[in-house]
Design a protein around this ligand. Structure first.
Ligand code: GLC
Length: 466
């Protein structure tokens, strides 16, 4: 059934940004067994892909990425003030990504060491990358491509052993719901009433949670203040697939009791500035935009990304790293290069990230930070210090110390002073890994921290990536 009838102009959708949210303690007591794989995974791929990828940040000869300075790619409709009908009529017929190959995309993610994938099934522009009966504004009916991208990726992820999830913009929908306040408010073909829109979302959720196998993550975005609306959407997910992990952006960050939120999605590109005591995830771009932008050359380096991964893990946070594929359906060479480099680092040092807990300390050091797994500590030495490095706060001397990259596990010289519990490790003259040299410390007993220990955060404790 296609929804075609005209509707009154809806209320303007209030834009809500999603900076960090903090759950009440009660949220933590619920059954969270569904979170086990997610906590171990630590690292996933975010994919922003859709009609906006065809425009690539430009509209009628104007480059919104550079000139307007706003988020040009997936926000182009708003940034450029394009009416929904013109956006659809111009871009949908051009969306024909003939080079799209789910095997390639999933293989790149797997080789990169990523454990889960989240792709935009419906972004704020309202276009569905999956086959749906709830609207004709989808890849099967409105584009020449006529292939269910979500299905192809879900099936391939299953084959290659990655968990698959989708991003779904449940509240902001600039085609079906209310026009965004940046655009002329007009009455047009695709607009439906709020009641019909909520019915469409319910149908979409049922389709996504029925037709695509195990849905590991439902990554909602820019939730509104209507808790009842959000709860009803969360309840549909729970009922159809109780193991699906739900993002806190199902709700506006201003909402207090986020009944169905399983993890705290930190603000866009915002790294945790300290250790988190709730499940949390940082979503991060490799350049400025989420979606494809023709001339966005604000690339982060592979060292940046490896540091993000270590800093997030040391503070108990997952990293969801974004790619914005081309309109042809390919990842950028710069994205592939960075993903491969991080994948190589993870092949050597992955045990210091996957399945680890945060540092036992609520501070880090000039040389870097720590992750922990049982009786092992992993020191992420991101700033090489010839001579020696030291840390306070951990009681007792480790029985073994060696570089994770050293297959011989040659013992490092360690000294420990009881006063202030200072552990000191002699360092070789040459840096082991300029991105991040991981030192493994093995302790005979459970790791104990000094309650009187003091310290501060040195890494990404203020800088926010935009
Ligand atoms: C913000 C933006 C959206 C992007 C999301 C990624 O919510 O509105 O364009 O998809 O961040 O986290």
């Amino acid at each position: 059934m296609k929804i075609r009838n005209k509707a009154l102009i809806g209320l303007l959708a209030l834009l809500t940004l999603s900076p960090a949210v903090v759950f009440s303690e009660t949220e933590k007591e619920k059954d969270d067994s569904r979170m086990e794989w997610w906590r171990d995974a630590r690292y996933g791929m975010f994919i922003h892909w859709g009609l906006y990828s065809v425009a690539g940040g430009e509209w009628k000869g104007k480059d919104y990425g550079k000139e307007a300075g706003g988020p040009s790619a997936e926000w182009l409709m708003t940034t450029a003030g394009i009416t929904p009908q013109e956006y659809r009529d111009t871009l949908a017929p051009q969306f024909n990504p003939t080079e799209f190959d789910a095997v390639k995309w999933v293989s790149v993610a797997k080789d990169a060491g990523m454990k889960y994938m989240v792709i935009t099934a419906k972004h704020h522009d309202g276009f569905c990358l999956f086959d749906t009966d709830a609207t004709d504004y989808n890849i099967m009916d409105a584009s020449p491509f006529k292939r269910d991208i979500i299905k192809e990726l879900a099936d391939e992820c299953k084959k290659q052993g990655l968990r698959f999830g989708v991003y779904y913009s449940q509240y902001q929908d600039w085609y079906h719901r209310a026009p965004n306040e940046h655009r002329a408010v007009i009455d047009y073909e695709g607009m439906i009433s709020d009641e019909e829109y909520l019915k469409m979302v319910e149908t979409n959720l049922k389709e996504l949670l029925t037709n695509y196998g195990d849905m590991a993550v439902m990554w909602f975005d820019t939730g509104g203040m209507n808790v009842e609306e959000a709860d009803s959407q969360g309840a549909v997910v729970r009922e159809l697939q109780p193991k699906t992990v739900i993002c806190s952006r199902l709700y506006s960050n201003k909402v207090k009791g986020k009944k169905y939120a399983d993890f705290n999605s930190l603000g866009d590109r915002k790294l945790p500035t300290s250790r988190m005591n709730v499940d949390a995830e940082t979503c991060m771009t490799m350049r400025k935009n989420w979606g494809f932008d023709r001339d966005d050359d604000n690339w982060k380096t592979q060292k940046d990304i490896i540091e993000f991964l270590a800093v997030c893990a040391s503070r108990g946070v997952n990293l969801l790293l974004n790619v914005g594929p081309s309109p042809e359906g390919t990842f950028m060479p710069e994205e592939i290069e960075r993903l491969k480099a991080v994948g190589e680092w993870l092949r050597v040092n992955g045990d210091s990230i996957y399945g680890t807990q945060s540092s036992p300390l609520n501070y880090d050091f000039t040389w870097g930070g720590m992750t922990q797994k049982d009786q092992s500590l992993y020191l992420h030495v991101m700033k090489w210090q010839p001579g020696s490095i030291e840390f306070n706060g951990i009681v007792g001397k480790p029985s073994k110390a060696y570089f994770m990259a050293d297959s011989e596990r040659s013992e490092l010289s360690v000294s420990y002073t009881e006063v202030n519990h200072i552990t000191k490790i002699e360092m070789p003259a040459d840096v082991v890994d300029p991105n991040n040299s991981v030192i493994v410390l093995e302790y005979e007993k459970s790791i104990v921290t000094d309650p009187k220990a003091k310290g501060k955060y040195h890494w990404y404790n203020k800088r926010e990536h935009q």
